[in-house]
Design a binder for this molecule. Structure first.
Ligand code: C2O
Ligand code: CU
Length: 535
Protein backbone atom coordinates (compact mmCIF):
# COMPACT_ATOMS: atom_id res chain seq x y z
CA UNK A 1 0.00 0.00 0.00
CA UNK A 2 1.53 3.35 -0.93
CA UNK A 3 2.30 5.49 2.05
CA UNK A 4 0.02 8.49 2.23
CA UNK A 5 2.62 10.51 4.06
CA UNK A 6 0.43 10.78 7.14
CA UNK A 7 2.27 9.14 10.00
CA UNK A 8 0.40 8.32 13.19
CA UNK A 9 1.41 6.90 16.54
CA UNK A 10 0.24 3.38 17.16
CA UNK A 11 0.90 0.88 19.91
CA UNK A 12 4.51 -0.27 19.83
CA UNK A 13 5.10 -3.86 18.74
CA UNK A 14 5.50 -6.09 21.79
CA UNK A 15 7.57 -9.20 22.16
CA UNK A 16 5.52 -10.75 24.93
CA UNK A 17 2.06 -9.68 26.01
CA UNK A 18 2.20 -7.84 29.29
CA UNK A 19 -0.02 -9.30 31.96
CA UNK A 20 -0.65 -6.09 33.84
CA UNK A 21 -0.86 -3.50 31.12
CA UNK A 22 -2.22 -0.56 32.97
CA UNK A 23 -5.63 0.52 31.76
CA UNK A 24 -4.64 4.13 32.42
CA UNK A 25 -1.78 3.81 29.95
CA UNK A 26 -3.84 2.28 27.19
CA UNK A 27 -4.45 4.71 24.40
CA UNK A 28 -1.75 7.10 25.62
CA UNK A 29 0.56 8.38 22.93
CA UNK A 30 3.93 10.14 23.13
CA UNK A 31 3.84 13.90 23.52
CA UNK A 32 5.92 14.52 20.39
CA UNK A 33 4.76 14.50 16.76
CA UNK A 34 5.27 11.21 14.94
CA UNK A 35 7.27 11.30 11.75
CA UNK A 36 9.02 9.04 9.33
CA UNK A 37 11.52 10.65 6.95
CA UNK A 38 10.62 10.11 3.32
CA UNK A 39 7.02 9.12 4.05
CA UNK A 40 5.93 11.75 1.53
CA UNK A 41 8.23 10.40 -1.20
CA UNK A 42 7.05 8.02 -3.88
CA UNK A 43 9.16 4.93 -3.10
CA UNK A 44 9.51 4.29 -6.84
CA UNK A 45 11.36 7.60 -7.16
CA UNK A 46 13.95 6.57 -4.58
CA UNK A 47 16.94 4.50 -5.76
CA UNK A 48 17.30 0.96 -4.44
CA UNK A 49 20.36 0.79 -2.20
CA UNK A 50 23.28 -1.39 -3.24
CA UNK A 51 25.58 -3.39 -0.97
CA UNK A 52 28.50 -1.38 0.30
CA UNK A 53 31.77 -1.16 -1.53
CA UNK A 54 35.22 -1.21 0.00
CA UNK A 55 37.06 2.03 -0.74
CA UNK A 56 40.82 1.67 -0.36
CA UNK A 57 42.36 5.06 0.20
CA UNK A 58 45.87 6.40 0.59
CA UNK A 59 47.18 9.48 2.39
CA UNK A 60 45.84 12.61 0.71
CA UNK A 61 43.02 10.88 -1.18
CA UNK A 62 39.54 12.38 -1.42
CA UNK A 63 36.19 10.67 -0.99
CA UNK A 64 32.82 12.09 -1.91
CA UNK A 65 30.26 11.07 0.66
CA UNK A 66 26.58 11.85 0.35
CA UNK A 67 23.81 11.11 2.82
CA UNK A 68 20.60 10.52 0.87
CA UNK A 69 17.35 8.60 0.65
CA UNK A 70 17.43 4.99 -0.48
CA UNK A 71 14.90 2.25 -0.93
CA UNK A 72 15.75 -0.82 1.09
CA UNK A 73 14.33 -4.27 0.69
CA UNK A 74 14.78 -6.23 3.88
CA UNK A 75 13.33 -9.72 3.84
CA UNK A 76 10.20 -9.23 1.74
CA UNK A 77 9.49 -5.68 2.94
CA UNK A 78 10.44 -2.45 1.26
CA UNK A 79 11.24 0.70 3.22
CA UNK A 80 12.36 4.23 2.44
CA UNK A 81 15.52 4.75 4.46
CA UNK A 82 18.82 6.64 4.36
CA UNK A 83 22.19 5.58 3.01
CA UNK A 84 25.67 6.97 2.41
CA UNK A 85 26.41 6.98 -1.33
CA UNK A 86 23.31 4.86 -1.93
CA UNK A 87 24.86 1.92 -0.11
CA UNK A 88 24.05 -0.28 2.86
CA UNK A 89 26.00 -0.04 5.09
CA UNK A 90 27.94 3.03 3.97
CA UNK A 91 31.20 2.56 2.04
CA UNK A 92 33.87 0.72 4.00
CA UNK A 93 36.88 3.03 4.11
CA UNK A 94 40.17 1.16 4.31
CA UNK A 95 43.32 3.22 4.95
CA UNK A 96 46.88 2.75 6.14
CA UNK A 97 47.72 3.95 9.64
CA UNK A 98 48.98 7.55 9.57
CA UNK A 99 46.95 8.50 6.50
CA UNK A 100 44.82 11.61 6.29
CA UNK A 101 41.93 11.66 3.85
CA UNK A 102 39.60 14.40 2.68
CA UNK A 103 35.87 13.72 2.73
CA UNK A 104 33.62 16.00 0.70
CA UNK A 105 30.35 15.47 2.48
CA UNK A 106 26.96 16.50 1.11
CA UNK A 107 23.68 16.37 2.98
CA UNK A 108 20.88 15.21 0.70
CA UNK A 109 18.52 14.07 3.43
CA UNK A 110 15.67 16.11 4.91
CA UNK A 111 17.28 16.82 8.30
CA UNK A 112 20.36 18.74 9.41
CA UNK A 113 23.23 16.34 9.97
CA UNK A 114 27.01 15.91 10.38
CA UNK A 115 29.47 13.04 10.23
CA UNK A 116 31.35 11.84 13.30
CA UNK A 117 34.38 9.56 12.84
CA UNK A 118 33.87 7.39 15.87
CA UNK A 119 37.03 6.45 17.76
CA UNK A 120 39.37 8.32 15.44
CA UNK A 121 41.81 10.69 17.17
CA UNK A 122 41.57 13.35 14.50
CA UNK A 123 41.77 17.13 14.46
CA UNK A 124 38.99 18.49 16.68
CA UNK A 125 37.59 20.69 13.88
CA UNK A 126 36.53 17.59 11.97
CA UNK A 127 34.96 15.62 14.82
CA UNK A 128 31.50 16.28 13.41
CA UNK A 129 29.61 17.38 16.51
CA UNK A 130 27.06 20.13 15.82
CA UNK A 131 27.18 22.82 18.47
CA UNK A 132 30.66 21.79 19.59
CA UNK A 133 32.97 21.49 16.56
CA UNK A 134 30.81 22.69 13.67
CA UNK A 135 27.37 23.93 12.69
CA UNK A 136 24.96 21.27 11.54
CA UNK A 137 25.12 20.63 7.80
CA UNK A 138 21.70 21.73 6.56
CA UNK A 139 19.85 19.85 3.82
CA UNK A 140 21.50 20.65 0.49
CA UNK A 141 24.71 21.87 2.14
CA UNK A 142 28.22 20.43 2.24
CA UNK A 143 31.13 20.17 4.64
CA UNK A 144 34.73 19.17 4.08
CA UNK A 145 36.26 16.80 6.64
CA UNK A 146 39.92 15.92 6.98
CA UNK A 147 40.18 12.61 8.77
CA UNK A 148 43.55 11.63 10.20
CA UNK A 149 44.03 8.01 11.25
CA UNK A 150 46.49 7.87 14.10
CA UNK A 151 45.74 4.33 15.32
CA UNK A 152 45.35 0.97 13.60
CA UNK A 153 41.99 -0.61 14.28
CA UNK A 154 38.32 -0.82 13.42
CA UNK A 155 36.21 2.35 13.48
CA UNK A 156 32.90 3.59 12.16
CA UNK A 157 31.27 6.81 11.04
CA UNK A 158 27.75 8.03 11.66
CA UNK A 159 25.79 11.28 11.94
CA UNK A 160 25.99 13.18 15.22
CA UNK A 161 22.58 14.80 15.01
CA UNK A 162 19.40 12.91 15.78
CA UNK A 163 21.22 9.59 15.63
CA UNK A 164 18.03 8.01 16.96
CA UNK A 165 16.57 8.65 13.49
CA UNK A 166 19.49 8.98 11.09
CA UNK A 167 21.75 6.19 12.25
CA UNK A 168 18.74 3.93 12.73
CA UNK A 169 17.68 4.54 9.12
CA UNK A 170 21.02 3.36 7.77
CA UNK A 171 23.63 6.12 8.05
CA UNK A 172 26.65 4.19 9.25
CA UNK A 173 29.79 2.71 7.76
CA UNK A 174 33.05 1.11 8.88
CA UNK A 175 36.63 2.29 8.64
CA UNK A 176 39.53 -0.11 8.89
CA UNK A 177 42.98 1.27 9.58
CA UNK A 178 45.80 -1.13 8.70
CA UNK A 179 49.06 -1.17 10.61
CA UNK A 180 52.20 -0.97 8.46
CA UNK A 181 53.51 -4.05 10.27
CA UNK A 182 52.80 -7.09 8.09
CA UNK A 183 52.41 -9.40 11.08
CA UNK A 184 50.41 -6.94 13.21
CA UNK A 185 47.58 -9.49 13.43
CA UNK A 186 48.00 -13.21 12.82
CA UNK A 187 47.49 -14.86 9.41
CA UNK A 188 43.92 -15.59 8.29
CA UNK A 189 42.27 -16.96 5.14
CA UNK A 190 39.83 -14.09 4.85
CA UNK A 191 38.14 -11.12 6.48
CA UNK A 192 34.47 -10.39 7.10
CA UNK A 193 32.85 -7.20 8.33
CA UNK A 194 29.70 -7.61 10.39
CA UNK A 195 27.73 -4.49 11.20
CA UNK A 196 25.10 -5.43 13.77
CA UNK A 197 21.86 -3.54 14.03
CA UNK A 198 18.12 -3.83 14.56
CA UNK A 199 15.01 -2.18 13.14
CA UNK A 200 11.58 -1.59 14.68
CA UNK A 201 8.91 -2.66 12.25
CA UNK A 202 5.20 -3.44 12.45
CA UNK A 203 2.52 -4.26 9.88
CA UNK A 204 2.33 -0.62 8.80
CA UNK A 205 6.08 -0.33 8.18
CA UNK A 206 8.89 1.31 10.09
CA UNK A 207 7.76 2.50 13.50
CA UNK A 208 7.63 6.33 13.62
CA UNK A 209 10.18 8.56 15.31
CA UNK A 210 9.48 11.74 17.27
CA UNK A 211 9.81 14.93 15.24
CA UNK A 212 10.82 17.52 17.86
CA UNK A 213 12.52 15.01 20.11
CA UNK A 214 13.29 11.35 20.54
CA UNK A 215 10.79 8.82 21.82
CA UNK A 216 11.69 5.62 23.66
CA UNK A 217 14.18 7.51 25.80
CA UNK A 218 13.68 5.22 28.78
CA UNK A 219 15.42 2.20 27.30
CA UNK A 220 16.23 3.31 23.79
CA UNK A 221 14.67 2.07 20.58
CA UNK A 222 14.94 -1.71 20.48
CA UNK A 223 14.24 -3.12 17.03
CA UNK A 224 12.29 -6.32 16.55
CA UNK A 225 14.22 -7.34 13.42
CA UNK A 226 17.92 -8.04 13.86
CA UNK A 227 20.03 -7.23 10.83
CA UNK A 228 23.67 -7.79 9.89
CA UNK A 229 25.08 -5.49 7.19
CA UNK A 230 21.50 -4.36 6.64
CA UNK A 231 20.24 -7.89 5.87
CA UNK A 232 18.20 -10.30 7.98
CA UNK A 233 20.89 -12.95 7.59
CA UNK A 234 24.65 -12.97 7.19
CA UNK A 235 25.95 -15.83 5.08
CA UNK A 236 29.41 -17.19 4.52
CA UNK A 237 30.82 -20.27 2.85
CA UNK A 238 34.14 -21.48 4.19
CA UNK A 239 36.37 -24.51 3.78
CA UNK A 240 37.22 -26.90 6.54
CA UNK A 241 40.06 -25.47 8.61
CA UNK A 242 39.57 -21.95 7.34
CA UNK A 243 40.41 -19.09 9.71
CA UNK A 244 38.29 -15.98 9.19
CA UNK A 245 38.79 -12.62 10.83
CA UNK A 246 35.48 -11.10 11.90
CA UNK A 247 35.33 -7.35 12.33
CA UNK A 248 32.32 -6.72 14.55
CA UNK A 249 30.63 -3.33 15.00
CA UNK A 250 27.41 -2.63 16.89
CA UNK A 251 25.55 0.30 15.32
CA UNK A 252 22.19 -0.34 17.04
CA UNK A 253 20.52 2.52 18.89
CA UNK A 254 20.39 0.64 22.19
CA UNK A 255 20.67 -3.12 21.77
CA UNK A 256 23.63 -4.91 23.33
CA UNK A 257 24.42 -8.13 21.47
CA UNK A 258 25.72 -11.35 22.96
CA UNK A 259 27.19 -13.12 19.95
CA UNK A 260 27.80 -16.84 19.88
CA UNK A 261 29.32 -18.73 16.94
CA UNK A 262 28.10 -22.20 17.80
CA UNK A 263 30.85 -24.74 17.75
CA UNK A 264 33.61 -22.73 16.12
CA UNK A 265 36.77 -21.84 18.00
CA UNK A 266 36.97 -18.09 18.47
CA UNK A 267 39.84 -15.92 19.58
CA UNK A 268 39.46 -12.34 20.77
CA UNK A 269 42.16 -10.29 19.10
CA UNK A 270 41.31 -6.60 19.16
CA UNK A 271 38.97 -3.99 20.59
CA UNK A 272 38.01 -0.42 19.67
CA UNK A 273 41.38 1.29 19.28
CA UNK A 274 44.01 -1.46 19.65
CA UNK A 275 44.80 -5.12 20.03
CA UNK A 276 44.51 -6.70 23.47
CA UNK A 277 47.68 -7.26 25.49
CA UNK A 278 46.99 -10.97 25.14
CA UNK A 279 44.74 -12.93 22.81
CA UNK A 280 42.15 -15.07 24.58
CA UNK A 281 39.72 -17.81 23.62
CA UNK A 282 36.11 -16.70 23.87
CA UNK A 283 32.79 -18.51 23.77
CA UNK A 284 30.75 -15.38 23.21
CA UNK A 285 31.26 -11.68 22.59
CA UNK A 286 29.23 -8.96 24.28
CA UNK A 287 29.00 -5.92 22.05
CA UNK A 288 27.30 -2.74 23.30
CA UNK A 289 26.29 0.08 20.94
CA UNK A 290 29.32 1.67 19.23
CA UNK A 291 31.76 -1.00 20.40
CA UNK A 292 33.96 -2.98 18.05
CA UNK A 293 35.77 -6.27 18.47
CA UNK A 294 38.05 -8.22 16.18
CA UNK A 295 37.60 -11.98 16.53
CA UNK A 296 39.46 -14.72 14.63
CA UNK A 297 37.42 -17.87 14.09
CA UNK A 298 38.47 -21.29 12.82
CA UNK A 299 35.93 -23.63 11.29
CA UNK A 300 37.39 -26.98 12.25
CA UNK A 301 34.65 -29.21 10.90
CA UNK A 302 32.44 -29.40 7.85
CA UNK A 303 28.79 -28.53 8.45
CA UNK A 304 26.80 -25.49 9.41
CA UNK A 305 27.72 -23.01 12.10
CA UNK A 306 25.12 -20.52 13.28
CA UNK A 307 25.93 -17.01 14.45
CA UNK A 308 23.36 -16.21 17.10
CA UNK A 309 22.43 -13.47 19.49
CA UNK A 310 21.84 -15.48 22.65
CA UNK A 311 20.40 -13.59 25.55
CA UNK A 312 18.62 -14.01 28.82
CA UNK A 313 15.63 -11.80 28.32
CA UNK A 314 13.82 -10.54 31.37
CA UNK A 315 10.14 -10.13 31.98
CA UNK A 316 9.96 -7.39 34.61
CA UNK A 317 6.35 -8.04 35.37
CA UNK A 318 6.65 -11.75 35.90
CA UNK A 319 10.14 -11.25 37.35
CA UNK A 320 11.50 -14.12 35.32
CA UNK A 321 14.18 -14.73 32.76
CA UNK A 322 13.66 -16.58 29.53
CA UNK A 323 16.25 -17.45 26.92
CA UNK A 324 16.00 -15.88 23.48
CA UNK A 325 18.19 -17.09 20.64
CA UNK A 326 18.06 -15.26 17.32
CA UNK A 327 19.98 -16.52 14.33
CA UNK A 328 21.93 -13.69 12.72
CA UNK A 329 23.95 -15.69 10.26
CA UNK A 330 24.92 -19.08 8.92
CA UNK A 331 28.34 -20.31 7.92
CA UNK A 332 28.44 -23.29 5.59
CA UNK A 333 31.68 -25.16 6.08
CA UNK A 334 32.50 -27.28 3.03
CA UNK A 335 34.08 -30.68 3.44
CA UNK A 336 37.15 -29.55 1.53
CA UNK A 337 40.32 -28.69 3.38
CA UNK A 338 41.51 -25.11 3.14
CA UNK A 339 44.66 -24.67 1.05
CA UNK A 340 46.70 -22.51 3.40
CA UNK A 341 46.09 -24.00 6.82
CA UNK A 342 46.86 -21.52 9.61
CA UNK A 343 46.08 -23.95 12.43
CA UNK A 344 49.47 -23.60 14.13
CA UNK A 345 49.31 -19.79 14.19
CA UNK A 346 45.66 -19.83 15.15
CA UNK A 347 46.24 -22.26 18.05
CA UNK A 348 48.82 -19.88 19.51
CA UNK A 349 47.58 -17.14 21.79
CA UNK A 350 49.81 -14.19 21.06
CA UNK A 351 51.15 -11.80 23.61
CA UNK A 352 51.39 -8.36 22.03
CA UNK A 353 54.59 -6.76 23.28
CA UNK A 354 53.84 -3.56 21.37
CA UNK A 355 50.56 -3.06 23.26
CA UNK A 356 52.05 -4.11 26.59
CA UNK A 357 54.98 -1.69 26.25
CA UNK A 358 52.69 1.14 25.22
CA UNK A 359 50.52 0.55 28.29
CA UNK A 360 53.52 0.06 30.62
CA UNK A 361 53.97 3.84 30.69
CA UNK A 362 50.67 4.12 32.54
CA UNK A 363 50.68 1.13 34.88
CA UNK A 364 52.02 3.21 37.77
CA UNK A 365 48.80 5.25 37.68
CA UNK A 366 46.37 2.33 37.77
CA UNK A 367 46.07 2.10 41.55
CA UNK A 368 45.83 5.77 42.45
CA UNK A 369 42.76 7.68 43.59
CA UNK A 370 40.45 8.91 40.84
CA UNK A 371 40.76 12.50 39.60
CA UNK A 372 37.08 12.64 38.73
CA UNK A 373 33.94 10.66 39.31
CA UNK A 374 30.76 10.37 37.34
CA UNK A 375 27.39 9.07 38.41
CA UNK A 376 24.89 7.83 35.86
CA UNK A 377 21.24 8.46 36.51
CA UNK A 378 17.90 9.71 35.30
CA UNK A 379 15.15 12.18 36.17
CA UNK A 380 11.56 12.19 35.02
CA UNK A 381 9.43 15.19 34.21
CA UNK A 382 5.82 15.07 33.05
CA UNK A 383 5.37 11.34 32.70
CA UNK A 384 1.90 9.88 33.05
CA UNK A 385 1.64 9.27 36.81
CA UNK A 386 0.51 5.70 36.29
CA UNK A 387 3.75 5.10 34.49
CA UNK A 388 5.82 6.58 37.28
CA UNK A 389 3.98 4.35 39.72
CA UNK A 390 4.77 1.26 37.68
CA UNK A 391 8.38 2.23 37.27
CA UNK A 392 8.76 2.63 41.00
CA UNK A 393 7.31 -0.78 41.86
CA UNK A 394 9.94 -2.59 43.77
CA UNK A 395 8.93 -5.91 42.24
CA UNK A 396 10.80 -4.76 39.16
CA UNK A 397 14.20 -6.32 38.96
CA UNK A 398 16.93 -4.55 37.03
CA UNK A 399 19.52 -6.85 35.55
CA UNK A 400 23.10 -5.67 34.95
CA UNK A 401 22.35 -5.51 31.22
CA UNK A 402 18.94 -4.96 29.64
CA UNK A 403 19.11 -7.21 26.56
CA UNK A 404 15.58 -6.68 25.32
CA UNK A 405 12.74 -4.21 25.37
CA UNK A 406 11.06 -5.21 28.59
CA UNK A 407 8.65 -2.30 28.88
CA UNK A 408 7.68 -1.30 25.35
CA UNK A 409 4.65 0.72 26.43
CA UNK A 410 6.46 2.77 29.03
CA UNK A 411 9.44 3.12 26.77
CA UNK A 412 7.13 4.41 24.03
CA UNK A 413 5.71 7.16 26.24
CA UNK A 414 9.07 8.43 27.39
CA UNK A 415 10.58 11.19 25.26
CA UNK A 416 13.51 13.57 25.37
CA UNK A 417 11.02 16.13 26.73
CA UNK A 418 9.72 14.22 29.74
CA UNK A 419 12.73 12.23 30.81
CA UNK A 420 16.34 13.26 31.30
CA UNK A 421 19.35 10.99 31.49
CA UNK A 422 22.14 12.39 33.60
CA UNK A 423 25.89 12.34 33.97
CA UNK A 424 26.63 13.86 37.36
CA UNK A 425 29.95 14.94 38.82
CA UNK A 426 29.52 14.26 42.56
CA UNK A 427 32.43 16.58 43.44
CA UNK A 428 30.63 19.65 42.10
CA UNK A 429 27.04 18.46 41.79
CA UNK A 430 27.13 19.59 38.17
CA UNK A 431 25.34 17.67 35.50
CA UNK A 432 25.72 17.01 31.76
CA UNK A 433 26.79 20.11 29.84
CA UNK A 434 27.58 22.00 33.08
CA UNK A 435 30.33 19.59 34.17
CA UNK A 436 33.06 21.36 32.14
CA UNK A 437 36.19 19.37 32.87
CA UNK A 438 39.48 20.90 31.71
CA UNK A 439 42.59 18.89 30.98
CA UNK A 440 45.96 19.61 29.42
CA UNK A 441 47.42 17.54 26.63
CA UNK A 442 49.59 14.87 28.23
CA UNK A 443 47.37 14.52 31.30
CA UNK A 444 46.47 11.04 32.42
CA UNK A 445 43.07 11.24 34.04
CA UNK A 446 41.55 8.57 36.21
CA UNK A 447 37.75 8.64 36.07
CA UNK A 448 35.55 6.48 38.27
CA UNK A 449 32.11 5.83 36.80
CA UNK A 450 29.26 4.61 39.00
CA UNK A 451 26.04 3.16 37.67
CA UNK A 452 24.12 2.75 40.88
CA UNK A 453 21.39 0.17 41.23
CA UNK A 454 19.28 2.32 43.51
CA UNK A 455 18.70 4.99 40.91
CA UNK A 456 15.29 5.26 39.23
CA UNK A 457 15.06 2.70 36.40
CA UNK A 458 18.77 1.99 36.12
CA UNK A 459 20.14 0.67 32.85
CA UNK A 460 23.56 -0.13 31.41
CA UNK A 461 25.20 2.77 29.56
CA UNK A 462 27.83 2.49 26.82
CA UNK A 463 29.97 5.53 27.62
CA UNK A 464 31.94 6.94 24.70
CA UNK A 465 34.73 9.51 24.79
CA UNK A 466 35.58 11.42 21.62
CA UNK A 467 39.04 12.11 20.26
CA UNK A 468 41.07 10.27 22.92
CA UNK A 469 41.70 6.70 23.99
CA UNK A 470 41.36 5.10 27.42
CA UNK A 471 41.98 1.93 29.38
CA UNK A 472 39.42 0.18 31.56
CA UNK A 473 41.75 -0.51 34.48
CA UNK A 474 39.32 -1.81 37.10
CA UNK A 475 35.80 -3.23 37.19
CA UNK A 476 34.09 -3.29 40.58
CA UNK A 477 37.43 -3.29 42.36
CA UNK A 478 38.87 -6.09 40.24
CA UNK A 479 41.90 -5.08 38.17
CA UNK A 480 41.55 -5.75 34.45
CA UNK A 481 44.32 -8.19 33.56
CA UNK A 482 44.05 -7.92 29.80
CA UNK A 483 43.88 -4.40 28.52
CA UNK A 484 43.18 -2.84 25.14
CA UNK A 485 42.76 0.81 24.21
CA UNK A 486 39.09 1.70 24.04
CA UNK A 487 36.79 4.55 23.16
CA UNK A 488 33.54 3.03 24.44
CA UNK A 489 32.90 1.09 27.63
CA UNK A 490 29.59 -0.32 28.81
CA UNK A 491 28.88 0.17 32.52
CA UNK A 492 26.39 -2.45 33.76
CA UNK A 493 23.79 -1.63 36.39
CA UNK A 494 25.25 -1.79 39.88
CA UNK A 495 28.84 -1.47 38.67
CA UNK A 496 31.69 0.95 39.23
CA UNK A 497 34.43 1.09 36.60
CA UNK A 498 37.73 2.95 36.67
CA UNK A 499 39.07 4.22 33.40
CA UNK A 500 42.38 5.87 32.65
CA UNK A 501 41.99 8.52 30.00
CA UNK A 502 45.02 9.61 28.01
CA UNK A 503 44.37 13.26 27.18
CA UNK A 504 46.36 13.20 23.95
CA UNK A 505 44.38 15.38 21.57
CA UNK A 506 43.55 19.05 22.14
CA UNK A 507 40.08 20.47 21.59
CA UNK A 508 36.51 20.32 22.86
CA UNK A 509 35.35 16.74 23.03
CA UNK A 510 32.19 14.95 23.96
CA UNK A 511 31.73 12.26 26.56
CA UNK A 512 28.30 10.67 26.28
CA UNK A 513 26.14 7.60 26.46
CA UNK A 514 25.96 5.94 23.04
CA UNK A 515 22.37 4.80 23.43
CA UNK A 516 21.01 7.18 20.80
CA UNK A 517 17.89 8.05 22.81
CA UNK A 518 19.87 8.61 26.03
CA UNK A 519 22.09 11.04 24.16
CA UNK A 520 18.98 12.84 22.90
CA UNK A 521 17.70 12.86 26.49
CA UNK A 522 20.73 14.82 27.66
CA UNK A 523 23.30 12.21 28.70
CA UNK A 524 26.36 14.07 27.44
CA UNK A 525 29.05 16.46 28.46
CA UNK A 526 31.91 18.29 26.77
CA UNK A 527 35.43 18.43 28.20
CA UNK A 528 38.36 20.51 27.02
CA UNK A 529 41.93 19.42 26.39
CA UNK A 530 44.25 22.42 26.17
CA UNK A 531 47.55 22.25 24.28
CA UNK A 532 50.53 21.98 26.63
CA UNK A 533 51.75 25.31 27.96
CA UNK A 534 48.69 27.06 26.59
CA UNK A 535 47.35 29.24 29.39
CU1 C2O B 1 29.72 7.28 17.92
CU2 C2O B 1 29.53 10.80 19.95
O1 C2O B 1 29.62 9.06 18.95
CU1 CU C 1 22.62 5.47 28.42
Amino acid sequence: MPDSGAVAWRMPPQGRPMPMMLPSLMGSIPSVIPFLPGSDLDPASVPEAVFREIVEMADGDTLRLEAGFVRRTIGNRTFTMYGFNGQYPGPLIRVPQGAEIVVLFTNSIDLPTSVHWHGVRLDNRFDGVPGVTQDPVEPGESFVYRVYFRDAGLYWYHPHHREDVQQDLGLYGNMLVDSPEPDYLGPVNGEDFLVLDDLLVDDAGLFPYGREGAVQTLMGRFGNRLIVNGEPRWELTARRGEVRRLYLTNVANTRTFNLVLGGARAKLVGADVSKFERETWVEHVVLAPAQRYIVDVRFDEAGTVALTNSIQAIDHFRAEFYPVVDTLGLVTVLDEPVEADHEAAFATLRENEDVITDIDRYRGEFGRAPDHELELGMRVGELPSAMVAVMALDTLYFPPVEWNDVMPMMNYLSTSKNLEWILRDPATGRENRDIEWHFTEGDVVKIRIHNRRRSFHPMQHPIHIHGQRFLVVERDGVPNENLAWKDTVVIPVGSTFDILLEASNPGNWMLHCHIAEHLEAGMKTVFTVDPPGGG
